[in-house]
Design a protein around this ligand. Structure first.
Ligand SMILES: [Zn+2]
Length: 311
């Protein structure tokens, strides 16, 4: 889709007060930038944010792949001797928790060379600016997500445009086309276009090996058909390919090699239930198919509601 510059659009004033990003690990420039946005993910505006941002001890999923996110928002660290890759940054005020988790595992955030993103919403990309500031990492996203992350303002085409919060803008966001691969030393990550939830929604896949055993990770993007009031997935001019994008994502998740499924909201793929049987509990070769089936059901239900209520 075209990356139309809409920077002249006025930002919706959604916040009052300053965002608390209180950590010595987060540079003053980032704190000031966050405060300048007068963003406060407070309980009135974001009832789920506090729960999403609850602290979570980091855990090793398999081989070089670690969960370093908060309890409700995934961030993944994939390590190598030639530098690390981080996927997603949670909320702006998740960054200190993510940095603490990385340090607790014995890794140095300055070794993060690349930061990737699932989709350009404040709860998955909001912390990227702070994490980039600390690490100096390149940020890489899909063609539709990159300008949203760079501006820090919700995408006009996003079904949640009117209800998504702004986030600290990120410098130098590079674009990766769907199907292309990001490499860092021995690491390689493939971007798959799985939009619908947002126009630029991305699923990332990589292989992790421990000795002779290799497993295929799938970080499958959110598939929920959520929108602001008045938006219809079945019929709209703002994001007319939404249904086709959902279909492409569901079909991909049904056929892809998937040993370990992780999702931006860990609860969406029962991560904490699986963690009780870790490490083998993380491995479930049918998880992506079930995730796709649940997404198809949710979309069918949404379209049925749109048909009945004509909204
Ligand atoms: Zn989202």
């Amino acid at each position: 889709m075209p990356n139309v510059d809409r920077s002249s659009r006025p930002a919706r004033v959604l916040f009052a007060g300053a965002l608390a990003v209180a950590s010595l690990s987060v540079p003053a420039t980032v704190r000031a930038q966050s405060a300048a946005l007068t963003m406060a993910y407070d309980s009135a505006r974001c009832p789920s944010c506090a729960e999403w941002n609850a602290p979570q001890a980091p855990l090793r999923l398999f081989a070089n792949t670690y969960y370093v996110g908060t309890h409700g928002l995934t961030a993944l660290l994939i390590t190598s001797p030639e530098g690390h890759i981080l996927i997603d940054g949670g909320l702006p005020n998740s960054a200190p928790l993510i940095l603490k988790n990385i340090a607790a595992l014995g890794f140095n955030a300055r070794d993060i060379k690349i930061i990737l993103n699932s989709h350009a919403h404040y709860d998955h990309a909001g912390g990227i600016a702070a994490l980039q500031e600390v690490s100096g990492a390149r940020v890489i996203a899909s063609a539709a997500s990159a300008p949203v992350i760079a501006r820090g303002l919700p995408d006009h085409d996003d079904p949640q445009h009117g209800i998504a919060f702004p986030m600290p803008p990120v410098r130098n966001v590079d674009v990766l086309a769907a199907g292309e691969v990001v490499r860092l030393g021995p690491l390689s990550f493939t971007l798959h276009a799985t939009g619908g939830h947002t126009p630029g929604g991305s699923t990332w896949t990589w292989r992790a090996c421990e000795g002779a055993r290799c497993l295929d990770f799938v970080y499958a993007d959110s598939q929920s058909p959520i929108s602001e009031d008045g938006f219809r997935f079945s019929d709209n001019t703002r994001y007319p390919t939404a249904l086709a994008d959902f279909e492409r994502g569901h079909a991909l998740l049904e056929r892809i090699s998937c040993d370990i499924l992780i999702t931006p909201h860990p609860a969406a793929s029962s991560l904490w239930e699986r963690a009780r049987a870790a490490p083998e509990g993380f491995v479930d070769r049918d998880a992506c198919k079930r995730y796709a089936a649940a997404a198809r059901r949710a979309l069918r239900a949404r379209l049925e509601r749109e048909r009945i209520h004509d909204r």
